[in-house]
Design a protein around this ligand. Structure first.
Ligand SMILES: [Fe+2]
Length: 255
C-alpha cells in the first residue's frame, strides 16, 4: 500500500467559508489556505502540535484573508498571495508559479473573474485543487471585478485539469447551487441522482467538499457543457459554449 503523502483538513469558518489545512503525513509540517478566522485554525494547530510553514491566499476578499493578521502574531510563516495589497504577503504568486513548500509542490493558475487578483492552487502529484471562489461544487463565483468573458476563460483553465482531481472550494454553497440548476434543468436525471449523494454526504460529514473534478465536468454547466444533456440544451437554444455560460451566469445572478 502506498501511503498518501498529505492530508487535507477542512476548518469551517464564518457562516459557510472553508479554510483548508494541508498536513504532511510524515512530519508535523502544515500549510493553510484562505484563513478567515485565526482562532479555530490556531486551536487546531496547537492541539495537533503542527508546525505551520506557510499561508496561501486565493484572493483579497476579507472572508479569505482576515485571519492572517492574528496568525502572524504567533506564527513565523510565509504568506503567498497574488497581490502585495493583501495583508502580510511575503511572496507574490502569478500564473504558472510553482511554490515549493518542502513536502508539497503547488502550481498556481491565475483565474480572474470573481476578483481580478484571483488564483487557484493545484498539486498535480497529490491530485488536489484549491479553487477559492472561482469554482464551487455545481456553481462558480459571482463576477465582481472581471467580465463574463474573463471568468469563462478562467473556468476553461480549470476544465483542462485532470479528471482524477479532488476539488476544495471556498464556500459550502452546494445545495443552493443544485436548487438553481434544478430550476433551469428540471429534466436532468444525473442532477437528481447526485442530489441524494450530496444530502447523504452533508448528513454524514456536514460538508459536500471535496468533490471529484471529472464528475463535476459532467454536471456543472459553469465548468463544462460537454455532457450529452448540456450539448442538447445548447443545440435547442442555439447557444455556443460561451453563450450558454453567459446565459446561466446571468440567471444565477438573479436567483
Ligand atoms: Fe470572494
Amino acid at each position: 500500500m502506498i501511503e498518501s503523502k498529505v492530508s487535507v483538513i477542512l476548518i469551517p469558518q464564518l457562516k459557510d467559508n472553508y479554510t483548508y489545512l494541508i498536513k504532511d503525513n510524515f512530519s508535523n509540517k502544515s500549510i493553510i489556505i484562505d484563513p478567515a478566522e485565526a482562532g479555530p485554525i490556531l486551536e487546531y494547530i496547537n492541539k495537533n502540535d503542527l508546525n505551520l510553514k506557510s499561508i496561501l491566499i486565493t484572493h483579497h476578499h476579507d472572508d479569505h484573508t482576515a485571519g492572517v493578521n492574528d496568525i502572524l502574531k504567533s506564527q513565523n510563516v510565509l504568506v503567498y498571495s497574488p497581490s502585495y495589497k493583501i495583508f502580510g504577503t511575503t511572496n507574490l504568486v502569478k500564473h504558472n508559479s510553482i511554490i515549493d513548500l518542502d513536502f508539497i509542490k503547488i502550481e498556481v493558475l491565475e483565474t480572474p473573474g470573481h476578483t481580478l487578483d484571483h488564483v487557484v492552487y493545484y498539486s498535480k502529484k497529490n491530485k488536489i485543487l484549491f479553487s477559492g471562489d472561482t469554482l464551487f461544487r455545481l456553481g462558480c463565483g459571482r463576477i465582481f471585478e472581471g467580465s463574463i468573458e474573463i471568468m469563462y476563460k478562467s473556468l476553461k483553465k480549470i476544465e483542462r485539469i485532470d479528471n482524477n482531481t479532488l476539488v476544495y472550494c471556498g464556500h459550502e454553497y452546494t445545495l443552493n447551487n443544485l436548487s438553481f440548476l434544478e430550476s433551469i434543468f428540471p429534466n436532468h436525471e444525473e442532477l437528481s441522482k447526485i442530489k441524494e449523494k450530496i444530502i447523504h454526504q452533508l448528513h454524514r460529514s456536514n460538508s459536500s467538499i471535496p468533490f471529484n473534478l471529472g464528475e463535476e465536468k459532467q454536471l456543472n454547466p459553469f465548468l463544462s457543457t460537454k455532457s450529452a444533456f448540456y450539448e442538447t440544451f445548447k443545440k435547442n437554444n442555439n447557444f455556443n459554449d460561451f453563450e450558454m455560460f453567459s446565459h446561466i451566469r446571468k440567471l444565477k445572478d438573479d436567483y
